[in-house]
Design a protein. Structure first.
Length: 296
């Protein structure tokens, strides 16, 4: 890959921000575009940008990620999550550029016992999951040289996420009530960014790699309640909170939301480990590092 060769979309998001930051720290040449600079749902804009920057790889960090709002804003979700990747894949195909695209654990319905493998049948339970699945299919149909990386429960130092919400609520309330019957794997955006740049470096060597779909998430699996308990106790240790408040487990039925979420969306990450030696990172380590950054 020549210098200035990676084009990153969705640079203002949790993952996009971390990809941009890590690339700069590693001296990796990357052009980062926020939604304001490139709307991936606009095919002409995508074409213009790709012909202007002539990247040798695109990483798509852009997505519509408001899971509940998507139930109402179907068109907006489909534009970003289905049409966007379709536009990127078409432009990549025209110039023989590979694409790394991100997807989600919410393509699954959660009825399986045990972790989901890449080949397990999908059955999204809401508009967001369906739009992401359709986006995956658009990429597969248009471009052989793609990597689709499904991640889950993303949190990071930049942007809105569960960690920020728990810290805010803990400062306002006497107790937290958090869903304890949805199982999944929190994943730190910094760890995702590092994995994406490792994959980009592998692609840049020019040899044909095992293109396709991979799962990548933090370990160990937990519930939103387990995640919240760890957030509160870590925040206390670091001095972000004066005292630990009780975190009470509740059922999904006690916290109705517009979008139905899978009860189990734990991802089996053996394929990415065996193929690219990318090990599932500890989300607890990612959390601690993130919270330490908040105190600075
Ligand atoms: N967040 C999670 O928990 C989670 C879980 C599983 C998978 N994922 C997947 O992981 C990837 C990264 O997620 P994330 O957490 O970094 O999301 P995020 O923080 O919501 O960032 C997504 C970025 O994409 C931008 N965007 C939205 N529509 C766009 C468009 N049409 N053109 C260009 N940019 C657009 C957003 O801009 P605005 O902010 O201005 O809208 C935002 O900056 C996504 O593919 C997502 O589906 C996320």
């Amino acid at each position: 890959m020549t210098k200035a060769s990676i084009l990153l979309t969705g640079a203002g998001g949790q993952v996009g921000h971390e990809v941009n930051r890590l690339a700069a720290a590693r001296g990796c040449a990357l052009t980062a575009l926020t939604r304001q600079q490139l709307d991936i749902g606009d095919s002409e804009a995508v074409e213009q940008i790709v012909s202007r920057f002539r990247p040798s790889l695109i990483i798509n960090g852009a997505a519509y990620t408001a899971v509940d709002r998507a139930e109402q804003e179907v068109e907006a979700a489909m534009r970003a999550n289905r049409q966007g990747p379709a536009n990127l894949a078409a432009s990549c195909h025209a110039r023989q550029i590979p694409l790394i695209h991100l997807s989600t654990d919410y393509v699954f319905d959660g009825n399986k016992t045990g972790p989901y493998g890449e080949e397990d049948p999908v059955a999204p339970t809401g508009v967001y999951g369906r739009s992401k699945w359709e986006g995956e299919e658009e990429v597969r149909a248009r471009l052989r040289r793609h990597l689709i990386i499904r991640v889950s429960w993303v949190f990071g130092p930049h942007g809105n996420n569960f960690v920020g919400t728990m810290l805010r609520l803990a400062a306002e309330r006497d107790e937290l009530r958090v869903v304890a019957d949805q199982h999944g794997c929190p994943t730190c955006a910094t760890h995702i960014a590092a994995a994406l740049l490792t994959l980009a470096a592998r692609i840049s060597k020019g040899v044909d790699i095992a293109w396709g779909t991979y799962h990548f998430c933090g370990m160990p699996a937990t519930t939103w309640h387990g995640f919240a308990e760890t957030i509160i106790s870590e925040a206390c240790k670091i001095g972000l909170l004066d005292q630990a408040i009780p975190v009470l487990p509740i059922a999904t039925s006690d916290y109705p939301t517009p979008a139905r979420r899978p009860r189990n969306s734990v991802l089996d990450c053996r394929r990415i480990l065996e193929t690219f030696a990318l090990k599932s990172p500890s989300w607890q380590e990612g959390l601690t590092t993130m919270l330490q950054g908040v105190t600075k």
